[in-house]
Design a protein around this ligand. Structure first.
Ligand code: CU
Length: 149
């Protein structure tokens, strides 16, 4: 029995340590949007990359069977990029392959997270939630541009 308790302490300790060390935290942003009225939404009617006055970048993304919009998404390197992802139909995934940018796109909700891409280049955006017969074709592109100042 003590071995089982010891294992529990090790497992829980591992979770606490890695969460604290790698700043892992559960999603905390709660915002709703009408999935049937996305076309009339000022933000999602024409989803795009926007630059705020403070220089930070906001990307509004609509996922739907079987594409991402905008596509490609072009963002600068070494600047915080806030993604605001939602879905127009069913649940999708939004994952920038090879980075820690990864969220669920849930109809009715806005999934928001901020990432700074350090390496310029082209990244694959994939849907990682099975969303229908053509799920495997749901691929987009993210281009991280080196900033010229
Ligand atoms: Cu999918």
């Amino acid at each position: 029995m003590w071995a089982a308790v010891g294992l529990l302490v090790i497992f829980v300790g591992t979770i606490v340590l890695t969460a604290a060390n790698d700043a892992v935290h559960p999603p905390s942003h709660i915002e709703t949007v009408d999935p049937a009225a996305l076309a009339d939404s000022p933000e999602y009617g024409n989803p795009a990359v926007a630059v705020r006055p403070d220089g930070s970048v906001v990307v509004s993304v609509v996922t739907q069977m079987y594409s991402f919009s905008p596509d490609p998404i072009v963002v600068p390197a070494n600047r915080p990029v806030t993604f605001r992802v939602t879905s127009a139909d069913v649940m999708h995934g939004f994952e920038v392959v090879g980075t820690n940018a990864n969220a669920m796109a849930i109809p009715g909700y806005v999934s928001q997270f901020t990432v700074t891409f350090k390496k310029p280049g082209e990244y694959i955006v994939g849907c990682n939630e099975y969303c229908g017969v053509l799920h495997h074709n749901m691929v987009g592109k993210l281009i991280v541009r080196k900033e010229s100042r």
